[in-house]
Design a protein around this ligand. Sequence first.
Ligand code: IPE
Ligand code: IPE
Ligand code: MG
Ligand code: MG
Length: 339
Amino acid sequence: MSLNSSPLNSDPLLADMRAEIEKNLQQSVQTAFDDGVPELRDMLRYHMGWLTGLPTGKRLRPLFVLLVCAAAGGNWRSALPAASSVELIHNFSLIHDDIQDRSELRHNQPTLWTQVGIAQAINAGDAMFTLGLKKIWDLCADFPLDTVKTCSDLLQNTCLALTRGQYLDIDFERRPMVQVEEYLDMVSGKTTSLLAACVRIGATLATDDLEVINGFSEYGRNLGMAFQIVDDYLGIWGDTALTGKSVSTDLLTRKKSYPALLGLREVPAFKSLWEQPTADESTARRMAEILKESGIHDLTIDRADEYTRQAVSSLEQVCQPSSLEIMRGLTRWLLRREA
Ligand code: IPE
Ligand code: IPE
Ligand code: MG
Ligand code: MG
C-alpha cells in the first residue's frame, strides 16, 4: 500500500497521533449507542472501516487538528475530542456523498448505501453528524467554555458551507458548462471549509493570538483547495487499488471536476465524448486518455502545486520551528499522494 511510504505511517509522532485518534473515535461510536439498536452502531462501524480489516480513511482532518495545535504551541492530547469531532463530521459527509454521487466503492469496500439501502445509510449519516457536533463539547474538560463555543460555532458554520458546496457540486452536474471561478467557489465549500476549520480549531486550542490563528487559517484554505484538486486528479488517473475508489464514477456522472472543466473548455474531442447521452467504462477510459494527451493531467497538477506553495508560504510565517519540518513535509506529500 502506498500509505506505507507516507509520513502518516513512518513518522513516529504522526503514528502516535493516529493511534490516539483511532482509539478516541472508536470509544465515541461505541459509547453513543448502548440503547439496544446495535445495527445502527454497526452501520457506523462498517463505514469507518472497523469491521473488515481493510485500510481505513487517512484520518487527515483530525491529524491536522492535533498537528496544528502542537505547531501553534499547544498540548495536542487535550485537543483529541476536537479531532474525533471533525472526523465524525467528515464521515457523515462521505456517507451522504456516496449516495449523492452514486459511488459504490470507498476504502476498497462497497459503500454503506449499497449494503443497507439509501434510507438507512441516510440515518447512519445523520447519527454520525450529530455525534460529531456533540463531541466537540468534550473539550470542556480542558478548555474554557468560550473557547469551546468558538470551536462549536465554527464547526456548525462549516457544516453549512460544506452543504452549500455539495449543493453546487450536484447542481453543476446538470449544467453544460461551469467556469473555473465557480468550481473554486464550490470546492471552498465542499472540501476546503472543513480542512480549514480543522486547522483553525487546532490553532484556537493552542493560542489566543489572532494573527497566528489567521495565518494558520490561510494555510488551511490553500491546503484544502490543493487537496480537492488532487482528489479530482485521483478520481480520473488514480489507481483504484490504492485510492479504494472508482476511477470512472466522476466521468460517468459528468462530475465537473477540475480536469473535466479544462477539458470541456479546451479539448473538443473530450467535449464530444462527454456530450454523448450515455457512456460506459471504456468511454470513461478514453476520456481520461484524451485529457492526458492534451496536457490537462499536467495542468491539474500545476494548479494543485500552486495552492500547495501558497499553503507552505503561509505555514512558514506562523508555525513553531520545531513543527515546521513535519508540517511542510505532510503538506507537500499530500500533493503527490496516491490515496
Ligand atoms: C475525501 O477525503 C473527500 C474529499 C473531501 C476530497 P479524504 O481523501 O481525506 O478521505 P478519507 O478520510 O481518507 O476517507
Ligand atoms: C468531497 O466530495 C466533499 C464531501 C464529501 C463533502 P467528492 O465527491 O469530491 O469526494 P470523493 O472523491 O467522493 O471522496
Ligand atoms: Mg461528491
Ligand atoms: Mg464523491
